[in-house]
Design a protein around this ligand. Structure first.
Ligand SMILES: [Zn+2]
Length: 318
């Protein structure tokens, strides 16, 4: 039964494109994690070498008063104030949004990843390393931190594509769009010619996007499409779909929380996802919790008597 649901879904070329594009993002994330992790450690060491006073022996003395919230951070101690200055010095977006709320400043002297999170988009507070991050978080870090020497236009092009994928309310992209995405993602990968694990993904993505992407169905013992295809099992495709939908719901969740989008628009987007899940029981079962979390936050925000919408949930609680 689940199998036929998947077959029906993939029969829609534009949905299949959407899942393929999402698969590329997962491959991209996979090849960036190790690299980014190593570079963040190197960046942290470099900062400490230049400013030894910020190292492990420095301690925040501000306690809870040195807690950032969303884009706001007013350090209440010398150490945090100096760290903030140092971070901004390397921030390519220092006059724009810096999501200080991602960070626990008291850990800056000892935890490189807490520093990295100041260069990332919102929603990273509970992440402790690159292996917990999605592609867009890693791309934003590469884009915003001047430690990464890269053509930033190529990074932002991929970030834009990722947003197209996640914000597509119908969960569909055209084949023309997909070809454009392939070009942009490969332009980006070409920036890392000396990183073997990133180079390896270049051809994987090429194969994936140019193949018919046949799904291997063992029960029927047949592979549709020709021999040059990339074959995935039904459960592999399901896993990709699930990851994508989870990211999409998380994105909606953050949009509701930060009240970035009109309630009606959220409602419309949610209706499309619900309708989609109504017809796809296999996916629906795996997303019940995410849907409930989103629904209850939305209800909470709709209440007219909530005194200060958007901040009544404690920071870091998700
Ligand atoms: Zn402090």
């Amino acid at each position: 039964m689940v199998l036929s649901e998947l077959a029906v879904r993939l029969n829609c070329a534009e949905y299949k494109n959407w899942v393929k594009a999402g698969h590329c993002l997962l491959l991209l994330r996979g090849c960036l994690q190790g690299f980014v992790g190593r570079e963040v450690l190197a960046f942290h060491s470099r900062l400490l070498a230049a400013a030894p006073g910020l190292g492990p022996r420095a301690a925040c003395s501000g306690g809870w008063r040195c807690s950032p919230r969303a884009r706001q951070f007013q350090p209440q101690c010398q150490v945090c104030a100096e760290w903030k200055r140092e971070i901004l010095k390397h921030h390519t977006n220092r006059n724009g949004d810096v999501h200080w709320g991602n960070c626990r400043p008291a850990l800056w002297p000892v935890d490189a990843w807490e520093v990295a999170k100041a260069f990332m988009p919102r929603g990273q507070a509970d992440k402790t390393g690159p292996e917990e991050c999605d592609a867009v978080a890693l791309l934003n870090l590469i884009n915003s931190c001047d430690h990464f020497v890269v053509d930033r236009r190529k990074v932002t092009e991929v970030i834009k594509c990722r947003n197209d994928i996640m914000h597509s309310s119908e969960m569909k992209v055209s084949s023309v769009w997909l070809r454009d995405f392939q070009m942009k993602i490969q332009n980006f990968l070409n920036e890392f010619k000396n990183i073997p694990e990133i180079v390896a993904v270049y051809s994987q993505i090429e194969q994936l996007l140019t193949s018919d992407w046949a799904v291997y169905i063992p029960e029927e013992d047949q592979r549709d499409g020709c021999d040059t295809g990339v074959y995935l099992s039904e459960s592999q495709v399901n896993e990709i779909e699930m990851e994508l939908l989870k990211e999409k719901l998380q994105e909606l969740y953050l949009q509701v929380k930060e009240q970035e989008v009109l309630p009606e628009e959220i409602l419309n987007q949610l209706e499309v996802v619900k309708e989609f899940l109504r017809n796809n029981e296999g996916l629906r079962n795996g997303l019940t919790e995410d849907m409930q979390k989103l629904d209850s936050l939305r209800q909470q925000h709709l209440k007219p008597d909530s005194k200060e919408p958007g901040v009544q949930t404690p920071e870091g609680k998700a």
